[in-house]
Design a protein around this ligand. Sequence first.
Ligand code: SAH
Length: 206
Amino acid sequence: MVEALRQRGITDEAVLTAMMAVPRHFFLDKAFEDHAYEDKPFPIGHKQTISQPFTVAYMTALLQVKPNDRVLEIGTGSGYQASILAALGARVYTIERQEALYLRAKALLKELGIRNVYCFWGDGFGGLPKYAPYEGIIVTAGAPFVPEPLRQQLAIGGRLVIPVGEEVQYMHRITRLAADEYQDEVFEAFRFVPFLEGVNKKDEKS
Ligand code: SAH
């Protein structure tokens, strides 16, 4: 899998090492286990998917995580992306709107003994002000716009990596240069599941 990522242009060695260290098959449904190391997204229930390894590597490289950085992830899903961030030494706060996914990821991370990931159930549109500011914020669902609270929760020098758009999303990296100064860089196009407002209780329809 890591060799395929290299061939697709991922050059950040720290990211590749983290991707080598985290066994992706634990984060997938048993039915897809044999395909865990293919560069493909898979369903994780509740109409959501675990992102493709390339997308995870691409976003993680843009985030430029350093050990001990505080990183906020919006869209816990399977917990895979959060585990990659933790493997890079970050202290990860991750928030998920679907209660069932939140519960499952939280239990799995505990079972795998992954420390430094703190799971929350809530609507990521507001970020997680309690633990702000963050050196990195990563949104793993397709956002219709950049929510203002996420910019506000960045540390000076912090980076927000977010796919923005309706049908197709362009990856943006927004860097907070000063209290009210941001730099916005635009990268490649991706397709994500939608960033939805509000929360969803377990056993409720999404
Ligand atoms: N990062 C995940 C991939 C998740 S797919 C992984 O590694 O597996 C995107 C996730 O974002 C879905 O689980 C979806 O329920 C969640 N999501 C969508 N809108 C959200 C919101 N407003 N707040 C929190 N999570 C949200």
